[in-house]
Design a protein around this ligand. Structure first.
Ligand code: SAM
Length: 228
């Protein structure tokens, strides 16, 4: 049974027809309101992901699609002054929101990079850990293997990747309804549910730990993986 109480819907994941430029413009427009609109839905699963990742003092961590910086602040605090927490986001508005959040927390606001996480501007093996919360869902299906290869590339050998994603696993009617809305307005209801664990395994990752939690009746997978 799913969190919504129905049998899992069969079939493939939805596609992401929106262009990256349209996505960037959408998040630029949303950046000042994002926490108000999205945080009640995302916060519990994001917090569970941070707990699973368990960033430690002195580590170098990357928050992929860092949005308004909620997780980045937590990661920066966890790694401490001897570590390094970097955020990357496609949207300049979101990057500025992240920098403001870091500054408000008394942390270095200069560690946010405006850029595309599918071509991350970091050398191989830069990070001990990467965190991606409600971001992988925004890449279209054919792009997923290359995106995950890129995230593996920036991880140190044996580095960990924690992904939080809307999921079709254990999904039911609520997920199907959500997907129908996504199909009608893909620019605005943009995170489409994945089979996260299977996607990571298909891309050669090894799974260390996994959880499925509910967010307003929609299943969310939280998976901790290593590059394999
Ligand atoms: C649904 S929000 C999630 C934000 C944040 N991770 C959180 O948990 O609150 C998705 C974020 O990913 C960013 N994003 C989308 N596509 C991206 C890409 N190709 N590279 C980097 N960031 C991207 C968006 O600008 C947005 O800030």
């Amino acid at each position: 049974m799913s969190p919504s109480g129905s049998a899992a819907p069969p079939g493939p994941i939805s596609r992401v027809p929106r262009s990256k430029a349209a996505g960037r413009d959408w998040y630029d427009a949303l950046s000042r309101w994002y926490d108000l609109v999205a945080d009640p839905f995302e916060a519990p699963a994001r917090a569970a992901g941070l707990e699973l990742l368990d960033a430690a003092r002195g580590e170098r961590v990357l928050d992929i699609g860092c949005g308004t910086g909620t997780a980045l602040v937590e990661l920066d605090r966890a790694v401490g002054p001897d570590g390094l927490a970097v955020g990357i986001d496609l949207s300049g508005g979101m990057c500025r929101a992240s920098a403001r959040a870091l500054a408000a927390a008394g942390l270095d606001p200069g560690v946010v990079v405006e850029g595309d996480a599918s071509t991350a501007p970091f050398p191989d093996g830069t990070f001990d850990a990467c965190f991606a919360s409600f971001v992988l869902e925004l890449f279209d299906t054919p792009a997923l293997p290359a995106v995950l290869d890129e995230w593996r590339r920036v991880l140190a050998p044996d580095g960990r990747l924690c992904v939080v994603s809307l999921s079709r696993r254990e999904a039911g009617l609520a997920t199907r309804l959500y997907e129908l809305v996504h199909e009608v307005v893909p620019t605005y209801v943009d995170c489409r549910p994945l089979y996260l664990r299977d996607t990571l395994l298909d891309c050669g990752f090894e799974i260390d730990a996994e959880r499925v939690v509910g967010a307003w009746g929609l299943p969310v997978e939280i998976v901790l993986a290593r590059g394999g």
